[in-house]
Design a protein around this ligand. Structure first.
Ligand code: NAG
Length: 392
Protein backbone atom coordinates (compact mmCIF):
# COMPACT_ATOMS: atom_id res chain seq x y z
CA UNK A 1 0.00 0.00 0.00
CA UNK A 2 1.62 3.17 -1.15
CA UNK A 3 -0.80 5.76 0.11
CA UNK A 4 -0.12 7.19 3.53
CA UNK A 5 -1.29 10.67 4.32
CA UNK A 6 1.26 11.18 7.06
CA UNK A 7 4.17 10.97 4.62
CA UNK A 8 3.00 14.03 2.82
CA UNK A 9 2.48 16.41 5.64
CA UNK A 10 6.12 17.50 5.80
CA UNK A 11 6.01 18.35 2.13
CA UNK A 12 2.85 20.36 2.43
CA UNK A 13 4.49 22.14 5.29
CA UNK A 14 7.68 22.81 3.33
CA UNK A 15 5.59 24.03 0.45
CA UNK A 16 3.62 26.35 2.69
CA UNK A 17 6.78 27.81 4.16
CA UNK A 18 8.41 28.14 0.77
CA UNK A 19 5.35 29.82 -0.68
CA UNK A 20 5.00 32.24 2.15
CA UNK A 21 8.63 33.21 2.53
CA UNK A 22 9.90 33.34 -1.03
CA UNK A 23 7.12 33.15 -3.53
CA UNK A 24 4.39 35.48 -2.51
CA UNK A 25 4.16 37.24 -5.83
CA UNK A 26 0.74 38.73 -6.34
CA UNK A 27 1.76 39.36 -9.91
CA UNK A 28 3.45 37.19 -12.49
CA UNK A 29 6.23 38.62 -14.54
CA UNK A 30 6.00 37.69 -18.17
CA UNK A 31 9.77 37.64 -18.57
CA UNK A 32 10.56 35.95 -15.34
CA UNK A 33 8.97 32.57 -15.65
CA UNK A 34 10.28 29.76 -13.58
CA UNK A 35 9.42 26.16 -13.02
CA UNK A 36 9.00 26.89 -9.34
CA UNK A 37 6.61 29.75 -9.94
CA UNK A 38 4.43 27.64 -12.19
CA UNK A 39 4.46 24.89 -9.59
CA UNK A 40 3.44 27.10 -6.74
CA UNK A 41 0.50 28.59 -8.56
CA UNK A 42 -0.74 25.39 -10.13
CA UNK A 43 -2.95 23.95 -7.44
CA UNK A 44 -2.95 20.45 -8.93
CA UNK A 45 0.79 20.16 -9.50
CA UNK A 46 1.87 21.66 -6.21
CA UNK A 47 -0.06 18.91 -4.46
CA UNK A 48 2.40 16.20 -5.62
CA UNK A 49 5.28 17.51 -7.69
CA UNK A 50 7.26 18.89 -4.76
CA UNK A 51 7.52 15.40 -3.37
CA UNK A 52 10.81 13.91 -4.63
CA UNK A 53 9.49 10.52 -3.54
CA UNK A 54 6.49 10.71 -5.86
CA UNK A 55 7.42 7.37 -7.46
CA UNK A 56 6.91 5.64 -4.15
CA UNK A 57 3.67 7.48 -3.54
CA UNK A 58 2.02 7.49 -6.91
CA UNK A 59 -1.48 7.25 -5.54
CA UNK A 60 -1.04 10.63 -3.89
CA UNK A 61 -1.94 12.01 -7.32
CA UNK A 62 -5.56 10.96 -6.81
CA UNK A 63 -5.91 13.50 -4.02
CA UNK A 64 -4.71 16.37 -6.23
CA UNK A 65 -7.55 16.84 -8.70
CA UNK A 66 -9.82 19.87 -8.64
CA UNK A 67 -12.82 21.00 -10.66
CA UNK A 68 -15.91 18.95 -11.38
CA UNK A 69 -14.16 15.57 -11.11
CA UNK A 70 -13.53 16.38 -7.44
CA UNK A 71 -10.91 14.33 -5.62
CA UNK A 72 -10.28 10.92 -7.20
CA UNK A 73 -10.11 9.15 -3.86
CA UNK A 74 -12.36 6.30 -5.05
CA UNK A 75 -9.37 5.22 -7.15
CA UNK A 76 -7.10 4.50 -4.18
CA UNK A 77 -7.21 2.67 -0.86
CA UNK A 78 -6.38 -0.67 0.71
CA UNK A 79 -7.80 -2.80 -2.08
CA UNK A 80 -5.83 -1.05 -4.84
CA UNK A 81 -4.25 -3.37 -7.41
CA UNK A 82 -0.87 -2.25 -8.79
CA UNK A 83 -0.49 -3.35 -12.39
CA UNK A 84 2.57 -2.82 -14.57
CA UNK A 85 2.49 -2.82 -18.35
CA UNK A 86 5.51 -4.78 -19.61
CA UNK A 87 4.28 -5.70 -23.09
CA UNK A 88 3.32 -3.10 -25.72
CA UNK A 89 1.43 -5.59 -27.90
CA UNK A 90 -2.36 -5.59 -28.18
CA UNK A 91 -5.09 -8.16 -28.67
CA UNK A 92 -8.57 -6.62 -28.51
CA UNK A 93 -10.36 -9.86 -27.52
CA UNK A 94 -7.84 -12.01 -25.63
CA UNK A 95 -5.36 -9.53 -24.18
CA UNK A 96 -2.20 -11.02 -22.70
CA UNK A 97 -1.30 -10.41 -19.08
CA UNK A 98 1.19 -7.54 -19.01
CA UNK A 99 -0.46 -5.56 -21.81
CA UNK A 100 -2.23 -2.25 -21.32
CA UNK A 101 -5.55 -3.72 -22.43
CA UNK A 102 -5.43 -6.50 -19.86
CA UNK A 103 -4.91 -3.96 -17.07
CA UNK A 104 -7.41 -1.39 -18.31
CA UNK A 105 -10.30 -3.63 -19.43
CA UNK A 106 -9.87 -7.09 -17.94
CA UNK A 107 -8.75 -6.34 -14.40
CA UNK A 108 -11.76 -5.15 -12.38
CA UNK A 109 -11.79 -3.04 -9.24
CA UNK A 110 -9.31 -0.33 -8.31
CA UNK A 111 -6.31 -0.62 -10.61
CA UNK A 112 -3.29 1.66 -10.79
CA UNK A 113 -1.51 1.07 -14.10
CA UNK A 114 2.13 2.06 -14.64
CA UNK A 115 4.62 1.23 -17.39
CA UNK A 116 7.89 -0.67 -17.02
CA UNK A 117 9.71 1.37 -19.68
CA UNK A 118 9.22 3.70 -22.62
CA UNK A 119 6.66 2.25 -25.00
CA UNK A 120 4.93 2.82 -28.27
CA UNK A 121 1.55 1.12 -28.15
CA UNK A 122 -0.44 0.64 -31.31
CA UNK A 123 -3.94 -0.41 -30.28
CA UNK A 124 -5.84 -2.71 -32.63
CA UNK A 125 -9.22 -1.46 -31.39
CA UNK A 126 -10.30 1.35 -29.02
CA UNK A 127 -9.21 0.68 -25.44
CA UNK A 128 -12.30 0.56 -23.20
CA UNK A 129 -11.18 1.63 -19.75
CA UNK A 130 -12.96 0.16 -16.70
CA UNK A 131 -14.26 2.11 -13.71
CA UNK A 132 -11.77 2.86 -10.90
CA UNK A 133 -8.82 2.61 -13.29
CA UNK A 134 -5.82 4.97 -13.28
CA UNK A 135 -3.37 5.01 -16.17
CA UNK A 136 -0.21 6.71 -14.91
CA UNK A 137 2.51 7.39 -17.49
CA UNK A 138 4.77 9.42 -15.19
CA UNK A 139 8.50 8.81 -15.48
CA UNK A 140 8.39 6.99 -18.82
CA UNK A 141 7.61 7.99 -22.35
CA UNK A 142 4.42 6.25 -23.48
CA UNK A 143 2.92 6.84 -26.89
CA UNK A 144 -0.51 5.55 -27.84
CA UNK A 145 -0.51 6.22 -31.53
CA UNK A 146 -1.08 5.34 -35.15
CA UNK A 147 -4.38 3.50 -34.91
CA UNK A 148 -7.14 3.13 -32.29
CA UNK A 149 -7.03 5.21 -29.11
CA UNK A 150 -8.80 5.57 -25.75
CA UNK A 151 -12.46 5.34 -24.91
CA UNK A 152 -14.25 5.52 -21.59
CA UNK A 153 -17.62 3.92 -22.14
CA UNK A 154 -20.23 3.68 -19.36
CA UNK A 155 -17.59 3.91 -16.65
CA UNK A 156 -16.80 6.20 -13.73
CA UNK A 157 -13.75 7.16 -11.67
CA UNK A 158 -11.00 7.11 -14.29
CA UNK A 159 -7.68 9.00 -14.27
CA UNK A 160 -5.59 9.38 -17.41
CA UNK A 161 -2.22 10.98 -16.72
CA UNK A 162 1.01 11.42 -18.63
CA UNK A 163 0.31 9.84 -22.03
CA UNK A 164 1.19 11.00 -25.52
CA UNK A 165 -1.78 10.20 -27.73
CA UNK A 166 -1.61 10.99 -31.43
CA UNK A 167 -2.40 9.93 -34.98
CA UNK A 168 -5.63 8.25 -33.87
CA UNK A 169 -7.70 6.86 -36.71
CA UNK A 170 -11.37 5.87 -37.18
CA UNK A 171 -12.18 2.23 -36.48
CA UNK A 172 -14.62 -0.11 -38.17
CA UNK A 173 -17.18 -1.92 -35.96
CA UNK A 174 -15.88 -5.06 -34.28
CA UNK A 175 -15.49 -7.12 -31.15
CA UNK A 176 -13.48 -5.81 -28.25
CA UNK A 177 -13.13 -6.54 -24.56
CA UNK A 178 -15.46 -4.12 -22.74
CA UNK A 179 -15.02 -2.19 -19.50
CA UNK A 180 -16.59 -5.06 -17.53
CA UNK A 181 -13.96 -7.50 -18.81
CA UNK A 182 -16.38 -9.21 -21.20
CA UNK A 183 -16.18 -9.19 -24.97
CA UNK A 184 -18.72 -6.86 -26.58
CA UNK A 185 -19.44 -5.54 -30.01
CA UNK A 186 -18.47 -1.94 -30.60
CA UNK A 187 -19.80 0.19 -33.44
CA UNK A 188 -17.84 2.44 -35.75
CA UNK A 189 -15.76 5.04 -33.90
CA UNK A 190 -14.23 8.26 -35.14
CA UNK A 191 -10.55 8.92 -34.74
CA UNK A 192 -10.59 10.67 -31.35
CA UNK A 193 -7.64 10.57 -28.95
CA UNK A 194 -9.93 10.22 -25.91
CA UNK A 195 -13.66 9.73 -26.18
CA UNK A 196 -15.99 9.78 -23.17
CA UNK A 197 -19.39 8.15 -23.61
CA UNK A 198 -21.85 8.16 -20.68
CA UNK A 199 -19.21 8.60 -18.00
CA UNK A 200 -18.75 10.52 -14.78
CA UNK A 201 -15.91 11.52 -12.47
CA UNK A 202 -13.16 11.51 -15.07
CA UNK A 203 -9.83 13.32 -14.69
CA UNK A 204 -7.57 13.88 -17.71
CA UNK A 205 -4.30 15.51 -16.63
CA UNK A 206 -0.88 16.27 -18.16
CA UNK A 207 -1.35 14.46 -21.47
CA UNK A 208 -0.03 15.57 -24.86
CA UNK A 209 -2.63 15.13 -27.60
CA UNK A 210 -2.16 15.93 -31.27
CA UNK A 211 -2.83 15.18 -34.89
CA UNK A 212 -5.85 12.87 -34.81
CA UNK A 213 -8.48 12.34 -37.46
CA UNK A 214 -11.50 13.54 -35.47
CA UNK A 215 -11.41 15.50 -32.20
CA UNK A 216 -8.68 15.16 -29.60
CA UNK A 217 -11.19 14.92 -26.77
CA UNK A 218 -14.93 14.24 -26.87
CA UNK A 219 -17.20 14.39 -23.83
CA UNK A 220 -20.51 12.90 -24.92
CA UNK A 221 -23.80 11.16 -24.15
CA UNK A 222 -24.60 12.28 -20.65
CA UNK A 223 -21.00 12.44 -19.42
CA UNK A 224 -20.47 14.78 -16.48
CA UNK A 225 -18.14 15.67 -13.59
CA UNK A 226 -15.11 15.86 -15.84
CA UNK A 227 -11.86 17.76 -15.25
CA UNK A 228 -9.49 18.37 -18.16
CA UNK A 229 -6.29 19.88 -16.77
CA UNK A 230 -2.65 20.56 -17.66
CA UNK A 231 -2.91 19.01 -21.11
CA UNK A 232 -1.15 20.18 -24.23
CA UNK A 233 -3.37 20.16 -27.32
CA UNK A 234 -1.68 20.95 -30.60
CA UNK A 235 -1.65 20.37 -34.38
CA UNK A 236 -5.37 19.73 -34.66
CA UNK A 237 -8.39 20.98 -36.53
CA UNK A 238 -11.15 20.03 -34.06
CA UNK A 239 -9.81 20.00 -30.51
CA UNK A 240 -12.50 19.41 -27.89
CA UNK A 241 -16.17 18.63 -28.16
CA UNK A 242 -18.39 18.88 -25.09
CA UNK A 243 -21.89 17.57 -25.77
CA UNK A 244 -22.76 14.86 -28.20
CA UNK A 245 -25.12 16.39 -30.72
CA UNK A 246 -27.82 19.00 -30.85
CA UNK A 247 -30.58 16.51 -30.04
CA UNK A 248 -28.94 14.85 -27.05
CA UNK A 249 -30.78 16.56 -24.21
CA UNK A 250 -29.16 14.58 -21.40
CA UNK A 251 -26.06 16.65 -21.96
CA UNK A 252 -27.91 19.51 -20.27
CA UNK A 253 -26.52 18.14 -17.00
CA UNK A 254 -22.94 18.01 -18.30
CA UNK A 255 -20.40 19.80 -16.12
CA UNK A 256 -16.81 20.12 -17.27
CA UNK A 257 -13.80 22.01 -15.91
CA UNK A 258 -11.07 22.98 -18.39
CA UNK A 259 -8.05 24.36 -16.51
CA UNK A 260 -4.28 24.96 -17.01
CA UNK A 261 -4.28 23.60 -20.57
CA UNK A 262 -2.13 24.87 -23.43
CA UNK A 263 -3.84 25.08 -26.82
CA UNK A 264 -1.57 25.43 -29.84
CA UNK A 265 0.24 25.84 -32.02
CA UNK A 266 -1.96 25.03 -34.99
CA UNK A 267 -5.26 24.35 -33.26
CA UNK A 268 -8.07 25.47 -35.53
CA UNK A 269 -11.31 25.38 -33.50
CA UNK A 270 -13.30 23.82 -30.60
CA UNK A 271 -11.30 24.72 -27.51
CA UNK A 272 -13.98 23.71 -26.59
CA UNK A 273 -17.15 23.63 -28.63
CA UNK A 274 -19.97 23.10 -26.17
CA UNK A 275 -23.59 21.97 -26.51
CA UNK A 276 -26.24 22.09 -23.80
CA UNK A 277 -24.17 21.81 -20.60
CA UNK A 278 -21.90 24.01 -18.52
CA UNK A 279 -18.15 24.50 -18.75
CA UNK A 280 -15.80 26.43 -16.49
CA UNK A 281 -12.80 27.31 -18.63
CA UNK A 282 -10.07 28.87 -16.49
CA UNK A 283 -6.35 29.70 -16.62
CA UNK A 284 -5.73 28.21 -20.06
CA UNK A 285 -3.41 29.57 -22.71
CA UNK A 286 -4.60 29.94 -26.30
CA UNK A 287 -1.75 30.25 -28.76
CA UNK A 288 -3.86 31.35 -31.70
CA UNK A 289 -6.64 29.60 -33.61
CA UNK A 290 -7.87 29.49 -37.19
CA UNK A 291 -11.69 29.67 -36.95
CA UNK A 292 -12.33 30.37 -33.25
CA UNK A 293 -11.28 29.28 -29.77
CA UNK A 294 -14.52 28.79 -27.84
CA UNK A 295 -17.88 28.13 -29.44
CA UNK A 296 -21.22 26.52 -28.90
CA UNK A 297 -24.83 25.84 -29.72
CA UNK A 298 -28.02 24.56 -28.10
CA UNK A 299 -28.10 26.89 -25.11
CA UNK A 300 -24.72 26.12 -23.56
CA UNK A 301 -23.37 28.00 -20.55
CA UNK A 302 -19.73 28.84 -20.19
CA UNK A 303 -17.64 30.89 -17.82
CA UNK A 304 -14.32 31.85 -19.34
CA UNK A 305 -12.14 33.01 -16.47
CA UNK A 306 -8.61 34.40 -16.46
CA UNK A 307 -7.46 32.74 -19.66
CA UNK A 308 -4.88 34.24 -21.98
CA UNK A 309 -6.12 34.51 -25.56
CA UNK A 310 -3.44 35.32 -28.12
CA UNK A 311 -5.12 35.96 -31.46
CA UNK A 312 -3.59 34.64 -34.68
CA UNK A 313 -1.98 36.98 -37.20
CA UNK A 314 -4.94 36.46 -39.59
CA UNK A 315 -8.08 38.60 -39.43
CA UNK A 316 -9.89 36.05 -37.20
CA UNK A 317 -9.45 37.85 -33.91
CA UNK A 318 -12.73 36.80 -32.32
CA UNK A 319 -12.35 34.18 -29.60
CA UNK A 320 -15.99 33.13 -29.69
CA UNK A 321 -18.26 31.46 -32.18
CA UNK A 322 -21.96 30.86 -31.84
CA UNK A 323 -24.04 28.62 -33.98
CA UNK A 324 -27.62 29.61 -34.56
CA UNK A 325 -28.98 26.31 -35.73
CA UNK A 326 -32.06 27.43 -37.63
CA UNK A 327 -32.20 31.16 -37.32
CA UNK A 328 -34.19 31.05 -34.07
CA UNK A 329 -32.46 32.60 -31.11
CA UNK A 330 -30.92 29.82 -29.07
CA UNK A 331 -30.28 30.67 -25.50
CA UNK A 332 -26.55 30.96 -24.97
CA UNK A 333 -24.65 32.16 -21.98
CA UNK A 334 -21.00 32.90 -22.60
CA UNK A 335 -19.24 35.16 -20.13
CA UNK A 336 -15.67 36.32 -19.85
CA UNK A 337 -14.29 37.26 -16.44
CA UNK A 338 -10.69 38.43 -15.98
CA UNK A 339 -9.51 37.08 -19.34
CA UNK A 340 -6.46 38.65 -20.99
CA UNK A 341 -6.34 39.37 -24.71
CA UNK A 342 -3.33 39.88 -26.94
CA UNK A 343 -2.80 40.60 -30.59
CA UNK A 344 -6.32 42.01 -31.02
CA UNK A 345 -8.24 39.03 -29.59
CA UNK A 346 -11.77 39.78 -28.42
CA UNK A 347 -14.58 37.82 -26.77
CA UNK A 348 -18.26 38.41 -27.56
CA UNK A 349 -20.28 37.89 -24.40
CA UNK A 350 -23.97 37.25 -23.97
CA UNK A 351 -25.77 40.55 -23.59
CA UNK A 352 -27.37 41.05 -20.20
CA UNK A 353 -27.92 38.19 -17.82
CA UNK A 354 -25.44 37.04 -15.28
CA UNK A 355 -22.48 34.72 -15.33
CA UNK A 356 -23.32 31.30 -13.95
CA UNK A 357 -20.84 30.35 -11.25
CA UNK A 358 -19.41 26.84 -11.18
CA UNK A 359 -20.77 26.34 -7.65
CA UNK A 360 -18.00 23.95 -6.73
CA UNK A 361 -18.13 22.07 -3.48
CA UNK A 362 -15.15 22.11 -1.14
CA UNK A 363 -13.21 19.33 -2.82
CA UNK A 364 -13.83 20.65 -6.34
CA UNK A 365 -12.94 24.24 -5.57
CA UNK A 366 -9.68 25.87 -6.66
CA UNK A 367 -8.26 29.34 -6.80
CA UNK A 368 -8.29 30.83 -10.26
CA UNK A 369 -5.21 33.04 -10.55
CA UNK A 370 -4.61 36.24 -12.45
CA UNK A 371 -4.47 35.85 -16.25
CA UNK A 372 -0.96 37.39 -16.08
CA UNK A 373 0.22 34.10 -14.57
CA UNK A 374 -1.16 31.87 -17.32
CA UNK A 375 2.09 31.77 -19.32
CA UNK A 376 4.04 30.35 -16.42
CA UNK A 377 1.13 28.20 -15.22
CA UNK A 378 0.88 26.38 -18.53
CA UNK A 379 4.59 26.31 -19.31
CA UNK A 380 4.81 22.64 -18.30
CA UNK A 381 1.46 21.45 -19.56
CA UNK A 382 1.37 18.18 -21.46
CA UNK A 383 3.46 15.15 -20.46
CA UNK A 384 6.02 16.06 -17.81
CA UNK A 385 9.65 15.12 -18.15
CA UNK A 386 10.54 13.57 -14.83
CA UNK A 387 14.24 13.07 -14.26
CA UNK A 388 15.41 10.16 -12.16
CA UNK A 389 16.80 12.28 -9.38
CA UNK A 390 14.63 15.33 -8.80
CA UNK A 391 11.10 16.61 -8.87
CA UNK A 392 8.98 15.98 -11.88
C1 NAG B 1 -21.40 14.91 -9.90
O1 NAG B 1 -20.74 15.37 -8.73
C2 NAG B 1 -21.60 15.88 -7.73
C3 NAG B 1 -20.74 16.43 -6.62
O2 NAG B 1 -19.83 15.48 -6.14
C4 NAG B 1 -22.54 14.77 -7.27
O3 NAG B 1 -23.43 15.27 -6.31
C5 NAG B 1 -23.31 14.22 -8.47
O4 NAG B 1 -24.09 13.13 -8.07
C6 NAG B 1 -22.34 13.78 -9.55
N1 NAG B 1 -23.10 13.39 -10.74
C7 NAG B 1 -22.99 12.19 -11.30
C8 NAG B 1 -23.85 11.91 -12.46
O5 NAG B 1 -22.20 11.35 -10.91
Amino acid sequence: MAYQVSNFIPWCFVLAVVSITIFTPKVCFANKQSKIESLVKNQIDQCWRFNPEWRKHRSQLATCSVGYAGKMTNNIGKDLIHYKVIDPSDDPINPKIGTLRYGASKVQGKVWITFQRDMHIRLEKPLLISSFTTIDGRGVNVHIADNACLMIFKATDVIIHGLRIHHCRPQAPGMVIGPNGKVMSLGQVDGDAIRLVTTSKIWIDHNTLYDCQDDLLDVTRGSTNVTISNNWFREQNKVMLLGHDDGYMRDKDMKVTVVYNYFGPNCYQRMPRIRHGYAHVANNLYMGWVQYAIGGSMGPSLKSESNLFIAPMSEHKEVTWRKNSDGTEDKWEFYSVGDAFENGAFFIETQGGQVQKPNYNLEQNFKVVDAKCVRSLTMLSGVLRCSKSSIC
